[in-house]
Design a binder for this molecule. Structure first.
Ligand code: GLC
Ligand code: CA
Length: 532
């Protein structure tokens, strides 16, 4: 049995506004991505996932889609997309798009029709409700971006539901016509040749039919953001969502020829482990990879991480393949959470765990959250609930490519400020430095590619003490040890007998790891991959 490509792959997430601007308007675009494909190929990743590129009023920077089957002129044209796809495929890179099925833009033609009157043909394509008896919103559901999730529509005298901005009305996925229309969208892109989708907020698609109030969240504190005032018991993760995921999977599968050109589905799902596992579906009929965000919020402590990884592995359905994530366009950068030294260990962890990692653009440079002056805030989340640290602009700063003006991202001032250290922390500068985190990422990706034990092998934790997290990756006779010192003091790891005489494949530092008898000595923030 051959391993499907998506299991042995590393997926690189591109936020298209911020990757490379090719036409000098300060906003990244498709031609820019195409120009940088050689960089991506050389880095050693296997697939790119591009956040939304569709026509959009950009109220939520593309996650408010006005037409699912076209490209926003800011990003280019369908022809530019075809060219990007062809160029990526020519380099052996797969291309995933972001599928945003839960909601559309309020400027989508479907919504315009739906809101035109109560008898509109597409009225039932969205979630319309009469006011509560007091005239207020139908229930207590809260938007993820704060405030009631119901918007009043004066013309037709009803409320519509929006889990995010009021400019992002939720579709009614109980309506078969909506399902059919959105499945057509998937086919449109699959027919064009895309290799898969990351599915936006998959667990949101279905809401409880009678819209009951959500229960209050006893742990709520205002600093968490208003959405956490209630638990999203009835507004998300309803049992009927799994049939929809299965339908999407069937469409993806219908494009695979004998396992060769399989199309992959990644599901964005922020849920605890048990409900998350259901998104693999009965008999693997769900998405291939429910995204696993556990590492993002995990305490950086060896015992806690070992428990978390073991817990995740143990919870997986038989033969289910895991995914691991350190960062994305919604969450603080890993380097902001840990600092650069520990971000290097995190890189080794991400690329040596069992599963398909998704790597967020710029994390390979150790980018920190950028400072965004209040006057330059763009993210609607920050604008609606300022000062809580929920804003996402800091993790969407332009990719710094070189030491030239605007860091080679654009000839014009970029749409968001660059990171302050971009004259030093950029691709050109760090490519020349053997000890840079970029060089480490390149070595990690190369070692992973050269060792099936890392890409597809079995995983087992090793006994370790103190701040050391250690595990074995094994494929056939190939046995590797990954040892990570998460602490700031030197640590020892007693190597198992089978590892005697092991050699170092790669370390996070420039220096060789010290092995004395059967003891591995790890300096502060040092990690290594060893071959037995
Ligand atoms: C997802 C996206 C996020 C967006 C939201 C609404 O969580 O990752 O960026 O704001 O969906 O579409
Ligand atoms: Ca541009």
């Amino acid at each position: 049995m051959t391993t499907p490509w998506w299991q042995s792959s590393v997926i690189y997430q591109i936020y298209p506004r911020s990757f490379q601007d090719a036409n000098g308007d300060g906003i990244g675009d498709l031609k820019g991505i195409t120009q940088r494909l050689d960089y991506l190929g050389g880095l050693g990743i296997d697939a790119i996932w591009i956040s939304p590129i569709y026509p959009s009023p950009m109220a939520d920077f593309g996650y408010d889609v006005a037409d699912h089957c076209d490209v926003d002129p800011r990003f280019g044209t369908l022809a530019d997309f075809d060219e990007l796809l062809a160029q990526a495929h020519a380099r052996g890179l797969k291309v995933l798009l972001d599928f945003v099925p839960n909601h559309t833009s309020d400027r989508h033609a479907w919504f315009a029709e739906s809101r035109s009157s109560r008898d509109a043909a597409k009225r039932d394509w969205y979630l319309w409700c009469d006011p509560a008896p007091n005239g207020g919103p139908p229930n207590n559901w809260i938007s993820d971006f704060g405030g009631s999730a119901w918007a009043w529509d004066e013309t037709s005298g009803q409320y519509y539901y929006h889990a995010f901005l009021k400019e992002q009305p939720d579709l009614n996925w109980r309506n078969p016509a909506v399902q059919a229309a959105m499945y057509e969208v998937m086919r449109f892109w699959f027919d064009r040749g895309v290799d898969g989708f990351r599915i936006d907020v998959l667990w949101h698609l279905i809401k409880a039919a009678d819209f009951p109030d959500n229960p209050p969240n006893p742990a709520y504190r205002p600093a968490m953001g208003e959405m956490h005032r209630v638990l999203q018991l009835h507004s998300t993760d309803q049992p009927e969502v799994h049939a929809l995921a299965a339908e999407m999977r069937a469409i993806a599968d219908s494009y695979g020829i004998a396992g060769l050109c399989e199309r992959v589905l990644l599901g964005e799902i922020y849920l605890p482990i048990d409900p998350l596992m259901h998104y693999y579906g009965q008999e693997h009929a769900g998405v291939h990879l429910p995204l696993n965000f556990l590492l993002i919020d995990a305490p950086w402590q060896a015992g806690a991480l070992a428990d978390l990884i073991a817990g995740y592995e143990a919870a997986l359905p038989p033969a289910a393949w895991p995914n691991w994530v350190l960062g994305n366009h919604d969450r603080p950068r890993i380097a902001r959470k840990l600092g650069e030294a520990k971000a290097r260990i995190a890189a080794m962890l991400l690329l040596t765990l069992r599963g398909t990692p998704t790597l967020y653009y710029g994390d390979e440079l150790g980018l920190n959250d950028a400072k965004i002056p209040p006057s330059q805030v763009q993210d609607p989340r920050e604008l609606r609930e300022p000062g809580l640290g929920l804003g996402r602009d800091p993790v969407r700063s332009p990719m710094p490519w070189d030491g030239s003006e605007n860091a080679g991202f654009s000839t014009a001032p970029p749409w968001l400020p660059l990171n302050a250290d971009c004259h030093l922390r950029n691709v050109a500068e760090m490519t020349g430095e053997r000890a840079s985190i970029l060089a480490l990422y390149r070595r990690l990706l190369a070692v992973r590619r050269a060792h099936p034990a890392l890409a597809i092998g079995a995983f087992a934790l090793l006994d370790s003490a103190g701040d050391v997290l250690a595990y074995e990756r094994r494929h056939g006779t190939q046995r590797l040890i990954v040892a990570l010192n998460l602490g700031t003091d030197a640590q020892r790891l007693e190597l198992p007998d089978w590892a005697s005489g092991c050699r170092l494949l790669l370390s996070t530092t420039a220096e060789a790891l010290l092995i004395e008898n059967n003891m591995l000595l790890l300096r502060a923030d040092e990690g290594g991959v060893l071959a037995a």
